[in-house]
Structures are given as structure tokens and as C-alpha cells.
Design a protein around this ligand. Structure first.
Ligand code: GTP
Ligand code: MG
Length: 269
């Protein structure tokens, strides 16, 4: 124990030593900082205590945020469904995906995130309905999603959900969906706002893949080839493209920018 400390400091230090939880340690440290001697010799002590406190607070924060509801991404895009209670979120989720969420006419029926997969021309959307309580743990899902579906029954409900998003500083591409909307139209609109392209890859002399490769808009042959071959740098020779190219099967280089629904054949040496 450093010399020249007050009895109050000594007591706080004892609390710190005996503290069992992180919260107790933080509280005791705060007290120690307050009681640390103010003369010149106390400066270093104070500094050291403050650093210790900062480390403890950091750990506390890390453990709380780990409790947030992160759902591992599956498929090509993660979409969060949210809106006012009873707006029809679960009904929409059950229509679009394989999920079977509970649907009743009681408010706040959905109490935890419900997950399903939606197919759009071979693209897989992972759709997650979050409860309308807008708890931070659930809003973290919206925070991590690639896009949002704001479901509403009455137009006024949209104001509420937009305010909530603003409050949480969540800025994601979104679509607004009312109950009567056509499911295919919803999927098309979602695909549009995601800013992605579907690429069908093929091997020479074979048919293109059924399942598209999904990439961000602006991706080049090189970007796609990297996903296909780890050793692209060493072995890329040329590629052929059907779709956006001047003529079917045009020979292109690595910088060629691909477009939605292109067919790509990569030739390696
Ligand atoms: N007629 C009609 N009723 C609907 C439609 N969508 C939802 N409902 C009804 O509205 C009620 C709430 O639907 P849910 O899909 O559970 O709504 P939710 O937003 O998930 O509700 P919570 O999870 O409780 O917040 C149920 O009684 C549904 O049958 C729709 O498109 N048409
Ligand atoms: Mg629901």
C-alpha cells in the first residue's frame, strides 16, 4: 500500500480487494480514485487506478455487448423484418419463408427473433422478424442486417418505426411493406435495394450453375474469379461472359465489370 494515504482510501482499497463482482470492483476503484491523495506523490497512483478502471469498464462493456442478439449470417443477405406490434410481421415471415412463427391477435406475440429462409431466383435471403418491443438487443439485429423490411398495417405505424430506427441510428436500405403486397414484388424490391448481382458460373463445355454466386454491384471478373479459385493470381488466363458482353461468350480480362445475371466462364492456365 502506498504511504501517505488516508483512512478513507485504505477502506476503499479494502473494498476493492474483497470485491467479488466486476461491478463491485468498479465501484471500489471509483472510490479509491476519489480518495487518492491529492499531493504530488498521489499523481502516479491516481493515474494507475484510472487505467485499471478503464480496463475494467472495457471488459464490462465487451461482456454486455456479447449478450446482444447476433445471429450468424446465413445465405446471401440478412434481412430484418420489423414494425409495430400486430402489423403482420409474423404473417409475412411465414408467407415468405419456411419459418412457422406464432401468429395471434394479441399484441407482442413474437417475443424473440424468428428466423426463416426465403428463396429469390436461387438467392437466399435470411429473414429475421424481431419483436416490436424494440429492445436494444433486438435492434442490434437490424443494425447488422443488410436491409430492412418495415411492415405496416396502418400508414401511421411507419412513423413509429422510422423514429425508432433514427433513435438507434440505424441507416440501412429498407422497403415498406403493407399487408396486401404481392410476395414476388416484395422479393424483387428487396433484391433491388441490396445492391447485389447474380453471377452464374460455368466450366468450359458445361452448363451454367443453377445457384447464382451473389456479389456486390461493381464486382469484376477478377473479384468473381478470386471466389472461385484461391490461386487466381497465378493461374488466371482469360474469361468469357454471356449477358452484359458485346456478344455471347466474349473474351474478357480480369478488370471486366460484371452485371446482374451474367454467365461467367473462367479459364485458368
Ligand atoms: N386479414 C389479414 N390479417 C392479417 C394479415 N397479416 C396479419 N394479420 C392478422 O393480424 C394479426 C397479427 O398478425 P401477426 O403476423 O402475428 O403480426 P405481428 O406483427 O407478428 O404481431 P406481434 O408479433 O404480436 O407484434 C393476426 O391476427 C393476423 O391474422 C393480413 O395480411 N391480412
Ligand atoms: Mg409476430
Amino acid at each position: 500500500m502506498p504511504t501517505n494515504v488516508t483512512i478513507h482510501y485504505a477502506k476503499a482499497q479494502e473494498k476493492y480487494i474483497k470485491a467479488k463482482t466486476r461491478e463491485e470492483k468498479i465501484a471500489a476503484l471509483e472510490e479509491m480514485i476519489k480518495e487518492a491523495p491529492s499531493h504530488k506523490g498521489g499523481e502516479n497512483l491516481r493515474k494507475e487506478l484510472k487505467q485499471r478502471l478503464a480496463r475494467l469498464r472495457q471488459k464490462k462493456e465487451a461482456s454486455t455487448s456479447r449478450r446482444s442478439f447476433m445471429i450468424p449470417k446465413k445465405g446471401d443477405a440478412q434481412i430484418c423484418i420489423l414494425g409495430a406490434t400486430q402489423s403482420g410481421k409474423s404473417t409475412l415471415l411465414s408467407k415468405l419463408t419456411n419459418a412457422k412463427p406464432k401468429i395471434t391477435s394479441h399484441a407482442y406475440t413474437t417475443e424473440k427473433p424468428e428466423i426463416g429462409t426465403c428463396d429469390y431466383l436461387g438467392v437466399k435471403f435470411q429473414m429475421i422478424e424481431i419483436p416490436s418491443t424494440y429492445r436494444p438487443v433486438f435492434m442490434s439485429i437490424a443494425h447488422c442486417a443488410d436491409a430492412l423490411v418495415l411492415v405496416y398495417n396502418k400508414k401511421e405505424e411507419l412513423k413509429e418505426v422510422r423514429e425508432v430506427l433514427e433513435g438507434f441510428r440505424i441507416q440501412k436500405p429498407f422497403i415498406e411493406v403493407s399487408r396486401d403486397e404481392d410476395l414476388d414484388t416484395i422479393k424483387e424490391k428487396l433484391w433491388e435495394i441490396l445492391g447485389m448481382i447474380k453471377i452464374y458460373t460455368k466450366e468450359p463445355g458445361k452448363k451454367p450453375s443453377k445457384k447464382p454466386m451473389v456479389m456486390p454491384k461493381g464486382s469484376t471478373v477478377q473479384d468473381a474469379a478470386r471466389v472461385l479459385h484461391n490461386d487466381f493470381q497465378d493461374y488466371f488466363n482469360f474469361a468469357r461472359v454471356w449477358g452484359s458482353s458485346k456478344y455471347p461468350g466474349e473474351r474478357v480480362g480480369p478488370e471486366y465489370e460484371l452485371e446482374d445475371d451474367d454467365i461467367l466462364e473462367v479459364h485458368i492456365t
